[in-house]
Design a protein around this ligand. Structure first.
Ligand SMILES: O=C(O)c1ccc[n+]([C@@H]2O[C@H](COP(=O)([O-])O)[C@@H](O)[C@H]2O)c1
Ligand SMILES: Cc1cc2nc[nH]c2cc1C
Length: 344
């Protein structure tokens, strides 16, 4: 069902709603060109499986007859959460800032995965010394700050990436992701809460309780996706909403990471079910509810390696597959070139 253009009341979220309602669609000519080339490549049709779909996906959303993956970029958004003070993670909130330093020093897993595929890495530090309020007591952000953070996230594509992989860092943010999913999809808190960095026992119980309390506290206000984002989300989640949206507008396909990145994507999907059509799910994380969330979004993960790190690691690894999909699409010979017989 096409969405009618929202009326503008001058509130910051109206600008975001306006952008969502005017997103470009798929490029049919580029898709047709890519499909025609795929069927001419030196292989039985379909023999490269998902690689074929991925190459066509890139062509379609880059609006290029020949897709590229020469300038892949991983953007990692880092933020701090008041909820972390409630003991919902085995790690202290201070680890977020320390890991940002590790990203800068090249010492994190994502640095090495990016280096493996010649992918760029940009880290966006979102007011780390100013945790957002505990979502069981208050909204994480007011409307103006949330809209400004979405706008900030739009910078992720500045610099001319041709594929954007998203990642995040934020102790406590698997609780935030669970609250977002519970608010968006209902069910029980238990269905959306998982181990995160390794929560068990009392820590896991506190996560479930925190999600239940947050949803009860915000109550009926959780009926609009952007309200859900600002009330039970966080800065990295809001910034990733902006990054996904800007990428769509600038025709940059997106590779999603794990549960937290996908929860950000889910906010846009709730605004418009076609809003993630330019996105690929890089992997399915070992975080229990990620598979459930991907099903809600009808996204099929590229990889399933039992990873549950976050920081864009699964998305960065999937860039290797994306690059191979583009390399085969661009570089293989064709039946039309002659030399190899096609089907009789
Ligand atoms: O995205 C995922 O699937 C994922 C699963 C487990 C852990 N994480 C990462 O771990 C951190 C949040 O975990 P926690 O236990 O502090 O809520 C945050 O930095 C995420 O990047 C991320
Ligand atoms: C060490 C560590 C690294 C991470 N990377 C992403 N989330 C993380 C959480 C922890 C605890």
């Amino acid at each position: 069902m096409p969405m009618s253009a929202p009326t503008h009341t001058g509130l910051p979220f109206d600008d975001i709603r306006q952008l969502v309602s005017t997103m470009p669609g798929p490029d049919a000519a580029a898709r047709a060109m890519a499909e025609a080339r795929q069927s001419d490549l030196l292989k039985p049709p379909g023999a490269l499986g998902r690689l074929e779909e991925i190459a066509i996906h890139l062509a379609t959303w880059q609006a290029k007859g020949m897709p590229t993956a020469d300038r892949p970029m991983v953007a990692v958004f880092a933020a701090t959460h008041g909820i972390a003070e409630r003991g919902v993670s085995p790690y202290p909130g201070a680890v977020t800032k320390q890991m940002v330093a590790a990203f800068t020093d090249g010492k994190a897993a994502v640095n090495q995965i990016c280096a493996s595929f010649d992918a760029g890495l940009r880290v966006f530090d979102l007011a780390l010394d100013l945790p957002t309020p505990d979502i069981t007591q208050d909204a994480a952000l007011d409307e103006r700050a949330c809209a400004a953070t979405i706008a900030f996230g739009m910078q992720a594509i500045a610099g001319g990436a041709d594929v954007l992989a998203l990642g995040e860092m934020g102790i406590g943010n698997t609780t935030i992701a669970a609250a977002l999913c519970h608010a968006l999809y209902g069910g029980t808190p238990e269905e959306w809460v998982g181990a995160g960095t390794g929560a068990t026992g009392d820590i896991l119980d506190r996560k479930v309780a925190a999600v239940r309390e947050a949803i009860a506290f915000h109550g009926a206000a959780l009926s609009d996706p952007l309200e859900i984002l600002r009330r039970v989300g966080g800065r990295e989640v809001a910034a990733m909403v902006g990054a996904i949206l800007a990428a769509r507008i600038e025709r940059v396909p997106v590779v999603l990471d794990g549960y937290v990145v996908t929860a950000a994507a889910a906010v846009l999907h709730a605004m418009d079910p076609s809003a993630l059509d330019h996105c690929l799910a890089g992997h399915v994380s070992a975080e229990k509810a990620h598979a459930r969330l991907l099903e809600k979004l009808r996204l099929k993960p590229i990889l399933d390696l039992g990873m549950r790190l976050g920081e864009g690691s699964g998305a960065a690894l999937a860039l290797g597959v994306v690059k191979a999909a583009v390399a085969t699409h661009r570089g293989m010979g064709t039946f039309s070139d002659g030399g190899v017989s096609n089907k009789a």
